[in-house]
Unconditional design. Structure first.
Length: 223
């Protein structure tokens, strides 16, 4: 049974209509309506099967959920170099924020030194969802023990008018304000970000349970 056939078995028309509203930049005609746990299950089944390479090499896919299954499968690849190659092959086909956002390759966690040059390259990309993925990986992997101040500058310097790119920059800084407040708050104090991004980053930080009440009140003064 193909990935498409497995997805069709799980389709839910009401859920499809809900998803179509969340992803307005792609046609509802290419949304089947499958919930994430089912897609992750299908990805694990396919990854364990003998035809996984055939599916991963069959690009572009037609359906939104096929793209999600594809990225969920990539996230299961244990070898870093193989995983990176699969990611780089797939990123140009990513056409919406959920496909960019839902998969996090496990191989990245223990290979930060090798990963960082790729992240920097992705962020520099003019392809919105490649850049968005790069910023999300920097946020997920490098706002902890491996943090450096320069990472804030990399994201602050990313320009572009696309809504989904600007939202990712705001999300990154809201997370940085939760995890690396002292290092990131000067970007708010000095209004280093695009005005819309500045306001959205403050909004998301204020809504976060990980930011202290004292810090929230201070951030509000820069709205």
């Amino acid at each position: 049974m193909s990935v498409f056939e497995k997805l069709i078995e799980c389709k839910d028309d009401k859920y499809r209509d809900f998803q179509a509203k969340l992803v307005p930049n792609i046609s509802p005609d290419i949304i089947i309506g499958v919930r994430t746990p089912d897609m992750r299950r299908i990805a694990k089944e396919e990854f364990a099967g003998k035809d996984s390479d055939a599916f991963l090499s069959n690009l572009p896919h037609k359906y939104y959920e096929e793209n999600l299954v594809h990225f969920f499968m990539i996230s299961l690849i244990k070898d870093f170099d193989e995983c990176i190659q699969a990611v780089e092959t797939f990123l140009p086909y990513v056409d919406c924020w959920p496909v960019s956002d839902q998969a996090t390759p496990k191989a990245f966690k223990k290979n930060h030194e090798k990963l960082l040059p790729y992240i920097k390259k992705w962020i520099e990309s003019e392809h919105v969802y490649t850049a968005r993925f790069g910023i999300r990986m920097l946020m997920n992997e490098f706002l902890g023990d491996d943090f450096k101040d320069e990472y804030l500058e990399i994201v602050a310097s990313k320009s572009g008018e696309d809504y989904y790119l600007k939202m990712m920059v705001a999300w990154f800084f809201a997370t940085a304000l939760a995890k690396k407040y002292d290092e990131s708050v000067p970007y708010i104090e000095n209004r280093r970000l695009d005005e819309w991004v500045h306001r959205k980053a403050i909004q998301k930080a204020v809504e976060s349970f990980r930011v202290s009440e004292e810090h929230k009140e201070y951030l509000k003064s820069f709205r």
